[in-house]
Structures are given as structure tokens and as C-alpha cells.
Design a protein around this ligand. Structure first.
Ligand SMILES: Cc1cc2nc3c(=O)[nH]c(=O)nc-3n(C[C@H](O)[C@H](O)[C@H](O)COP(=O)(O)O)c2cc1C
Length: 193
């Protein structure tokens, strides 16, 4: 049994992204994992100000939703990032959430080349939806996920589900007309198999 924290960064209520995340959650629940989903539409997390107070032993000066998420981040085995593709990359809400990891980084006396501090070590997965479904559609989102979250922060990649062809937001969510919800359920069910 694993502790899974799903961070949903945007998307319409019951939209494509929300449905994708729920299908993943249902699959993971099938295997008895403990899951909590946080919507960054409801829990506001602002981007880092770069004030560096956290580097001098002080708590983050921003009193927003991130503080209540810190214990959840620390307790999680797996953090699942769920986002619609917005202007060819992850949502600004997911990006802001990642920026705030600055405040939970710890000093690393022996950092690996190119990293300056230590972050909590977690598993990670990426769930995304988009209107388009070209071979380049997710290039920037995947690049950010692999570069910043996996290579830099140092999370262990458990996989991605990139659900293209879900229709644009000028109409009803269309993910139910694709195979992505079945794939997300299987992804959640098998993530620790
Ligand atoms: C501001 C905005 C930007 C978007 N940018 C892209 C994009 O760059 N590429 C794409 O394929 N779809 C884009 N879309 C479409 C959404 O990614 C797609 O409809 C998604 O499934 C919406 O998720 P939701 O139903 O959870 O809201 C954009 C939608 C919005 C509102």
C-alpha cells in the first residue's frame, strides 16, 4: 500500500483532466493504495518570490495553500501531476507548485553535479490532456517533467499518460470518446506492479 498524492493543476470541473485523474485514482484504489487529490483551483499555490527567507531558517513568507501541502508532500510515496496542456506545456499552477519546492529543499553537503540542494525523494507520474495529438504536442511538457522534476529534483519516474485528442475547451470534454480513461485506470492499477 502506497501513499499517493495527486496534484491537479487546472482543468474544468469534471473536464478531461479531472476525469483522467479520477480514472487513475479508481485504478490505484483497486490495489488498496491510499490516495488524496488536491486541486490547485481550490488550494491556491503562488509561484516562488525568490526572497530567500527559507534559506535563512525562516518559513516561506507566502501564507497560501502550499504550507498545508508540505506534510502531504513529505508523507507521499508517489506524487502524480495532472494538468491540461496549456500553450504547449504544463499549467502555470503546476509550475508554481514546483517552484515552491525551493522552500522544502535541504542543504546537501555533497550535491550531485548541477544540483545545489536535496529534495524529498518521491516517485512521480504525469497525467495530461490536450486538444491536439501530434507527435510534437507534448514535447515541452515532457521536457519540463523529465528535466525539472525527474533529473533536477530527483524524483523517480513511474510513467506518463499523455492523452491527446480530447477536444478543445470550446465544447464538452471529449475524453470519454477516447481510450484514455481505460488506460488511466490500468496505469493507476498497475503503477506498483
Ligand atoms: C488557455 C488554453 C491553452 C491551451 N493550449 C493548448 C495547446 O497548446 N495544445 C493543445 O493541444 N491544447 C491546448 N488547449 C486545450 C486543452 O489542453 C484541452 O482542451 C484539455 O483537455 C482541457 O482540459 P480540461 O477539460 O480538463 O479543462 C488549451 C486550452 C486552453 C483553455
Amino acid at each position: 500500500m502506497k501513499n499517493i498524492l495527486v496534484i491537479q493543476g487546472g482543468g474544468r470541473p469534471n473536464g478531461n483532466t479531472s476525469q483522467l485523474a479520477e480514472a487513475f485514482i479508481n485504478g490505484a484504489k483497486q490495489k488498496g493504495h491510499r490516495i488524496e487529490k488536491i486541486s490547485l483551483q481550490e488550494t491556491e499555490v503562488k509561484g516562488c518570490l525568490g526572497c530567500n527567507a527559507c534559506r535563512y531558517g525562516k518559513p516561506c513568507v507566502q501564507k497560501d495553500g502550499f504550507n498545508q501541502l508540505v506534510p502531504k508532500i513529505k508523507a507521499a510515496d508517489l506524487i502524480v501531476f495532472a494538468s491540461p496542456l496549456l500553450f504547449w506545456t504544463i499549467s502555470s499552477k503546476i509550475k508554481a507548485f514546483i517552484e515552491r519546492f525551493y522552500a522544502i529543499a535541504e542543504e546537501d553537503p555533497n550535491p550531485p553535479f548541477g544540483r545545489y540542494e536535496k529534495y524529498p525523494v518521491k516517485d512521480a507520474a504525469l497525467l495530461m490532456t490536450s486538444a491536439d495529438d501530434f507527435f510534437w504536442t507534448y514535447e515541452q511538457a515532457v521536457s519540463y517533467y523529465q528535466f525539472a522534476i525527474i533529473s533536477y529534483i530527483g524524483f523517480h519516474d513511474k510513467g506518463m499518460l499523455l492523452a491527446g485528442g480530447c477536444g478543445d475547451t470550446n465544447g464538452k470534454p471529449q475524453i470519454d470518446k477516447t481510450n484514455h480513461l481505460v488506460q488511466a485506470y490500468e496505469f493507476g492499477k498497475n503503477i506498483y506492479e
